[in-house]
Write a protein that binds this ligand. Structure first.
Ligand code: HEM
Length: 439
């Protein structure tokens, strides 16, 4: 097997070719065994019945725990089950119809901001999309827009956290030692402290407002009101953990998915034209309503296909708690297990023309019909709880942007993906924004 470590440190470029064709690839160098798993049944085991034996990897935990603590994205076993049960009433509040007006108002404020920029202005697609998706999550979590001081602090600190977070790098994986996880860099620890401190201030502010008799109907309130079977609430620090998880998981990924979707569309004029006709026919000049969401098959298919090629979470990493076997292959204790949407989605056995952008494969098909071979939102019990929220938000943003603006990437040949917290570009994707017509 040829490892291309010298060429680029990013795992997206160092993966051996075998990873796109084989069921399981073992990487036989380094301090610990690494297994890259594409095999559908083994994936089902890892994320299904055997998931207790494969908690989140020590590398994932050491990178994210200073920010997310023991929140539901990282926790394991009883703790995870306990917290997920407590979170159920909060999930009920995240019904799509209830969130729709909050989403729409954040998106419209952002469109107004874009509209106020001069036509032909160059903007960073990634920064703009992070801004709007952060605002959507802020309104859902805290009933506040992103223009407040706390929101702006959190937004900028998250941007720096993402920017400085280590690239997902095969050298780091191979050198990692589960018994001695690498500490996070001081810059990242400082950003994490800032974000957690600001969330704490928001919680203190909420306590004061509640004492003054104000009412809230949002995710934060549902978390504050949550009780476990013994009647215990989340502690202050647990509330911060969960809110940090939802803010990070809820905006970072959706921004990444949308940035790649817009970028791909800029290179696919025929699909862009089809998308625009669907938007014009369905919406014309009328406002987007919740009922429109399910009636946009091309928009949904384009978004799904772009997440097939550019899944925001490229690598789901786990640690083997004990020795195991995948078929005849021995998996030693502490092996580093990689299940990769990036690889599974480009695997030549599972997909015809795996490297081509062909949204038609998703038209009239629901994602479940691809089984475990389509996994942008993960698999099994630990799969994303916000998948439908992300799809509603993405549909709204695609429609509202495309009916008002055209955009042209500057130097598209220089845009390369890098895997950080999510898959980002190495340049922010600068685009020229052009107003289509005034509404
Ligand atoms: C396109 C957007 C999104 C993508 C691609 C995505 C992807 C994922 C993936 C792959 C996982 C599983 C991680 C693993 O198994 O290690 C996950 C978990 C999670 N996601 Fe998302 N996500 C998205 C949007 C959202 C949104 C909008 C929210 C919240 C509103 C959210 C909340 C969560 C939470 C709480 C978990 C942890 C679930 C658990 O372990 O109990 N995500 N997401």
């Amino acid at each position: 097997m040829q490892l291309l470590i010298g060429r680029s440190p990013d795992l997206l470029f160092t993966l051996p070719k075998d990873c796109y064709t084989k069921d399981i690839v073992s990487v036989p160098v380094g301090r610990r065994p690494v297994f890259i798993v594409n095999h559908p049944e083994t994936l089902r085991r890892l994320f299904g019945d055997d998931r207790a034996s494969y908690p989140k990897s020590d590398l994932m935990i050491s990178t994210l725990a200073p920010l997310l603590g023991d929140g539901v994205l990282l926790s394991a076993g009883r703790r995870w089950e306990h917290d997920r049960k407590m979170l159920e009433p909060a999930f009920m509040q995240m019904r799509l119809e209830a969130l729709f007006p909050k989403m729409l108002s954040a998106i419209h404020d952002w469109i107004e901001r874009l509209d106020a920029l001069a036509s032909d202005q160059i903007v960073s697609l990634e920064s703009e999309l992070s801004r709007v998706t952060a605002d959507v999550m802020f309104r859902i979590l805290f009933s506040q827009a992103i223009d407040g001081e706390a929101a702006t602090t959190i937004y900028h600190a998250f941007t720096r956290f993402q920017h400085h977070s280590p690239q997902f790098n095969l050298r780091v994986v191979l050198a990692s030692d589960p018994a001695r996880p690498e500490p996070l860099s001081p810059v990242l620890q400082e950003e994490a402290r800032k974000i957690r401190g600001t969330i704490e201030q928001l919680l203190i502010q909420r306590e004061t407002q509640l004492a003054e008799g104000k009412d809230f109907f949002d995710f934060t309130q549902a978390l504050i009101d949550a009780r476990d079977t013994e009647g215990n609430p989340f502690s202050r620090s647990e509330l911060i953990d969960q809110l940090a998880v939802f803010f990070l998981a809820g905006h970072e990924t959706t921004a990444s998915a949308l940035a790649w979707c817009f970028f791909i569309l800029s290179q696919q004029p025929a699909w862009l034209a089809q998308l625009r006709s669907e938007i014009d026919e369905r919406l014309g000049e009328k406002p987007f309503t919740y009922a429109d969401f399910k009636q946009m098959p091309i928009t949904r298919a384009v978004f799904r296909e772009s997440m097939r090629l550019y899944p925001p979470v490229a690598f789901l990493t786990r640690r083997a708690l004990q020795e195991d076997h995948f078929g005849k292959l021995r998996i030693p204790k502490d092996s580093f297990i990689v299940a990769s949407p990036w690889l599974v989605h480009r695997h030549h056995t599972f997909w015809s023309h795996a490297d081509r952008f062909e949204p038609s494969r998703f038209i009239g098909q629901d994602s479940a019909s691809f089984g475990g071979n389509y996994m942008p939102f993960g698999l099994g019990a630990r799969a994303c709880t916000g998948a439908m929220i992300a799809q509603l938000e993405a549909t709204l943003i695609l429609c509202e942007v495309l009916r008002r603006f055209s955009f042209k990437p500057m130097n598209p040949e220089r845009v390369f993906p890098v895997s950080r917290v999510s898959v980002r570009s190495d340049c922010g994707i600068p685009v020229k924004l052009i107003r289509r017509h005034t509404r």
